[in-house]
Structures are given as structure tokens and as C-alpha cells.
Design a protein around this ligand. Structure first.
Ligand code: DGY
Length: 323
């Protein structure tokens, strides 16, 4: 039997690439150069499956391929707001993602960011490496205590729940949750969490707010100037979700004019381009989209894509079918 043809848009962990090459007629992107929308359109005309990732553009223009051969977009990543849902549906394409396997590592990174911004570790490291440290003193780089504080979580899916678990059981934090649907009481009870009805209700009560909702048009600028104004003046905002969820101009103003205490971001609107004004904010920690960047998570994400592909080509509904 002829093996289905598969195109991988970026470099993947070696173990997963090897398995893909065994099972499929696979074309890898050995140079790891991002593909242009035109190259992606060509791929959709030529391969049975395209394996994109969260940085590929699969908007309506890129998916404007009436004679597409591709029947499955098996995405490497949990977020799929970079794939135009209606265009994929019109082409009759199946779309899958990779949930679960990155939840713990992404929550670990959200907690890292929370601690970094509260304890001013980015500022400390910058000072030390620049040769500016003059020694211990009682008033040097004073941060904010984390243990026992209140954490607001926007979006209580798998990653939000893992974040709550770490914060509550590790740091004794009180957890308040805002989620678009009702969270079942047993799930809230695991962290003694309280669910509120709106972001407006959540923000004024929290010392830390961590975003774990999906990106895309529906949540674009969910955190805007009005909502930043509702936060406590010494509260911190953490984002490991998607860059577009925060209005970055409003955030810059809030950081510069001490409307909030600080922020920590792993994702950016239009990344990898970073706004120059964000760069100037000292009360801001920034990481280059590292949420799932562990060997374990990245391999597991790849093997999860393989499972989805195997199911699809065996004629079964893939476990992580989102479209
Ligand atoms: C995702 O999977 O959506 C992340 O942003 C990358 O791990």
C-alpha cells in the first residue's frame, strides 16, 4: 500500500521525525525556515497531510486552495487560532491539535513567570550581568511575597487547572476563576477555587492574574485599558496564552504609569516582533514563547500528532479532532 504523503512545516524532535519517516512518505523541513503562505498553499495542493505548527499562517488567504489534496492539518500545538476554521471546513479538512501533553510544562512556565515578576529576578539578573551589583543591602530589589496571595485565572481549561494546582498546593494561594462555561464543583474543589461570572468581577480581587484562555478574534484585546484599570495598582499580569489577548499598547501605558505592579509575558501580538516600548518597561518579564519548551513536552506533542495521523489514515476519528 502506498504510504500517505506528509509535509512537516518546521523542525521537530528527532525521535518524532524518525517515526514519521518510518510510517509515512514524509518531507521534513531540515532547514527549519518558516514557510510563506504561498509555500503552504503549494503544500496543500501536493500532500495528503500537512503538519503545521502555531507560528504558521493558515488564514483564509493561505487556505484559498480550491483543489487542495490535503485532507488533514495535524497541528503541532494545542492552540489552533492560526487556522481559519471556516476555510478549513469549506475545504472539508480535518484539523487536530495536541492537548494535555503540554499542560504541566506550560503551567510550570506560567508559575516561573509569576515568581520572576514578583521577585524581580529579571531585573536582578540584568543588573548582575551588567556588572552593576554592589552587594547585599536591606533595600535592594525588594519584590512582592507570593505565598498566600490571591491568583485570578482567566480560562480554566487543562493549563489553567494545572496553574491553579501549583499555586494553591505549592504556594497556598487563594484561587479565583473566570471561565466561559461553568466549571464543575469537583474541579473547583481540588484547589478550593471560586468561580466568578465576569473578568470585571475577578480583576479587582487579585494580586496576580494569569491568562489561560484561547487566542483568536473572539479574545483579541480581552485585557484592555479599562480592564487593566480594574486591577489593583500592585497586581501582576501573566500571559502564557496568546499575545493578541492583551492590548499591548494599553499594557505599556499601565506599566509606565504604575496602573499595575508589573507583567510577565511568554507570548506577544505579532511575535517574534516585540514592540520597542514594551522593551523599555523594567517591571516586565519577557520570554520567547517557551511554555511547552521541554524535551518531554515537545516529544509528546509530536507523538500525539502521529497518533492523530494514524487514526485518520486508518479511517478512525482522530482523538484530538477540533475541526
Ligand atoms: C501551543 O501549543 O499552542 C503553544 O503555544 C506552543 O506550545
Amino acid at each position: 500500500m502506498v504510504k500517505p504523503s506528509v509535509l512537516v512545516t518546521r523542525r521537530w524532535p528527532a525521535a518524532v521525525e524518525a517515526r514519521l519517516a518510518e510510517n509515512y512518505n514524509t518531507v521534513l523541513n531540515r532547514g527549519d525556515k518558516p514557510m510563506s503562505p504561498a509555500e503552504i498553499r503549494d503544500a496543500l495542493r501536493s500532500y495528503d497531510a500537512v503538519l503545521p505548527t502555531v507560528t504558521d499562517t493558515l488564514n483564509s488567504e493561505a487556505l484559498d486552495v480550491p483543489a487542495a489534496k490535503t485532507k488533514i492539518l495535524a497541528n503541532y500545538g494545542v492552540g489552533y487560532s492560526h487556522i481559519c476554521e471556516s476555510a478549513a471546513r469549506n475545504l472539508g479538512m480535518t484539523v487536530t491539535n495536541t492537548p494535555d501533553v503540554l499542560s504541566e510544562c506550560t503551567a510550570d512556565l506560567a508559575m516561573t513567570l509569576l515568581l520572576m515578576v514578583a521577585r524581580r529576578t529579571g531585573e536582578g539578573e540584568r543588573e548582575l550581568r551588567a556588572g552593576g551589583w554592589t552587594g547585599w543591602r536591606p533595600t535592594h530589589l525588594i519584590g512582592t511575597k507570593v505565598s498566600g496571595k490571591t491568583l485570578g485565572i482567566v480560562g480554566f481549561g487543562r493549563i489553567g487547572q494545572e496553574m491553579a494546582r501549583r499555586a494553591h498546593h505549592g504556594f497556598g494561594m487563594k484561587i479565583i476563576v473566570q471561565n466561559r462555561s461553568r466549571v464543575v464543583p469537583e474541579v473547583l474543589a481540588k484547589c478550593n477555587a471560586i468561580q466568578v461570572d465576569s473578568i470585571e468581577e475577578l480583576l479587582p480581587q487579585c494580586d496576580f492574574v494569569s491568562l489561560h484562555c484561547p487566542g483568536g478574534a473572539a479574545n483579541r484585546h480581552l485585557i484592555n485599558a479599562l480592564r487593566l484599570d480594574l486591577m489593583k495598582p500592585d497586581a501582576f499580569l501573566i500571559n502564557t496564552a496568546r499575545g493578541e489577548v492583551i492590548d499591548e499598547f494599553a499594557l505599556t501605558q499601565a506599566l509606565m504609569f504604575d496602573i499595575i505592579g508589573g507583567a510577565a509575558l511568554d507570548v506577544f501580538d505579532g511575535e517574534p516582533r516585540i514592540s520597542q516600548t514594551l522593551m523599555q518597561c523594567d517591571n516586565l518579564v519577557m520570554l520567547p514563547h517557551l511554555g511547552s519548551a521541554t524535551r518531554e513536552a515537545r516529544e509528546a506533542m509530536g507523538f500525539r500528532v502521529l497518533e492523530n495521523l494514524d487514526d485518520f489514515f486508518d479511517g478512525k476519528p482522530p482523538r484530538d479532532k477540533v475541526i
